[in-house]
Design a protein around this ligand. Sequence first.
Ligand SMILES: [Zn+2]
Ligand SMILES: [Zn+2]
Length: 360
Amino acid sequence: MKAAVCRAFGAPLEIEDVALDPPGPGQVEVRMAACAICHSDIAYADGVWGGDPPLVLGHEASGFVNRCGAGVGDLAPETPVLVTLIRHCGDCPACAAQAPTSCAHAWDTPPSPLRDAHGGALAQGMKTGAFAERVVVDASQIVPLPEGMDMAVASLLACGVMTGVGAVVNTAALQPGQTCAVIGAGGVGLNTIQGAAIAGAKAIIAIDIADPRLDVARDFGATHGVRGDGPEHAGTVRQITGGRGVDYVFVTVGAAAVFEAAPDLLAPGGAMVMVGMPPSGVRVSYEPTALAAMNQRLLGSRMGQSVPRRDVPWLLEHVAAGRLRLDPLITGRYPLAQINEAIAETRAGRALRNVIVFED
Ligand SMILES: [Zn+2]
Ligand SMILES: [Zn+2]
């Protein structure tokens, strides 16, 4: 089968013939229908989070069940499914507490089912490797989808949507009438805005450094758009909130300076939710006394702390009701052979989500 292989950090991906092991016990083989390009794929391809090339990236994916390994009972062939990177054991204390994104085994790297055409090692990026015609993943990474969905649209649920909406409803547990700021109006930021609207936020202040993105943010439910590159934006946020600041600030970008400044926007008792991820090793500083005296909190949010088989059906209900818009998040559809162009457009900030669409 064909896959887009990252041979060296920072280099274009190479379309190669690769080999894929059959599914073992507890695993599922999925024929890919679509895989969106997430900024995490680009960060990994650039080597900012470590890892070992060669590897196959791609983790925001949808497809059809091809076959199942032993012990996977409930997935018939051709079932449409979402493929996520949330591999979880189901047995550890975190899984028992409905927190699969904190699974004690979340950082274990299973043996890769991939090899290159010469039998050489090929890592499975983010335990998924969906920039390929097929994947073999743990059954815990699969969520069944309704029949007949546009699979490119569905693929967005696997990371960007789950991460943005989940940051609001799972991590922050934002209550109706509360206020928030969302820094970064890209793919994840727009889903954070949609999540805040669904949760009933009174003010949803989008902050970005580009006016066209603020316009898009308003289309997705932001009540205000504020340029984040001026010195006065913290003052503007205070003005909008009657001098109080916001109950939550969601940081959906990966710039360290943004993480350092974001708590300045918070109301007493507020929390910064850290959704974006700067490169490994980046550090920022805070004055603990300022946060402690104001009862403020810093909350990490990996994949929106989602529980895929609980959250995806709920998200699909909002999609069906028109409260969660996915179609306008797709900027372009590309065949696997043009993946480097799709990545270049994403890198240049000209795409919310570009999606690789596989031929049936
Ligand atoms: Zn992602
Ligand atoms: Zn677990």
